[in-house]
Design a protein around this ligand. Sequence first.
Ligand code: AMP
Length: 310
Amino acid sequence: MSLIVTGSIGIDSVEAPTGVAEDVLGGSTVYFAAAASFFGKVRIVGAVGEDFPPQFLETFKHFDIDTRGLEKRAGSKTFRWRGKYHQNMNTRDTIQVQLNVLAEALPPVPREFRDSRFIFLANTDPGSQMQLLSNFPSSTLSVADTMDLWIQTQRDKLGELFTKLDGLVLNDSEAFMLTEDSNLIRAAEKIVKMGPKFVVIKKGEHGSILMHRQGVASLPAFPARDVIDPTGAGDAFAGGFMGYLAAHCADNTPTDNIPLHALRTAMAYGTVVASFTIESFSLDRMKQLRRGDIDRRFEHYRQMMRVGAE
Ligand code: AMP
């Protein structure tokens, strides 16, 4: 599998009704790569500052993530984010964000990564997303995520990025903000008109919906009783989604030949991996996870969705 990702690699602090986690490993790239690594090796491109704790690097090793594109930049500081969840755990406020190294240039893509065919642009500055994408003009599948900060501050750049993408994965609130529409289906249709061939809109505990030029799919979330920290669920969903596709589609598959049912199965894997992520702060639950746990929960999820004649 030749899957590459760029996005944030950060130090997070999270306040939730279930507890507080200070200065833990986070970032969109990190959650994405950890989730995707259950399907094969993942390549990351990004920079951290000289304050990045060495023990966080051990986590990358644990997940067998290829860090040859990771730069520890002298004189720079790591991206930091602090979020606070509301009582219902579905909504949160960003209390503080320090872009730091995320506002600087992306490190170059290592020569060994040049044959990557599955490209994921996790949440980060749209300029960096565009920069990574420009290295892969003949990718099999290029998909991006974005969030409120970038929609508010760099809408034009995002618009340009969308014309170059195969797919977009984002939250319902971000889809509403982007399209200035409050109906999910209309918002999805508007996003597909902006350029991507498909959009996956995540609805937290209400599952996700795929709007594709070939049709529509809608999946529930995996019913979760023990939600400790939803941070990174969206990135883990994207990691499971892209990891499944990168592992199951040949590198030279034309994007238009990736069938709707493969995208639906990829969404189901994304849903299942994300359901583990939220069971702990940071990547603690994912660190204990084995591929067999994912496959067992996937089977359980599949059985739950069986309808029609037996
Ligand atoms: P999620 O819960 O899937 O939206 O992802 C949360 C992760 O995204 C956290 O680990 C944060 O470090 C990271 N994050 C928060 N804000 C941003 C941003 N503006 N750009 C990139 N990453 C961010």
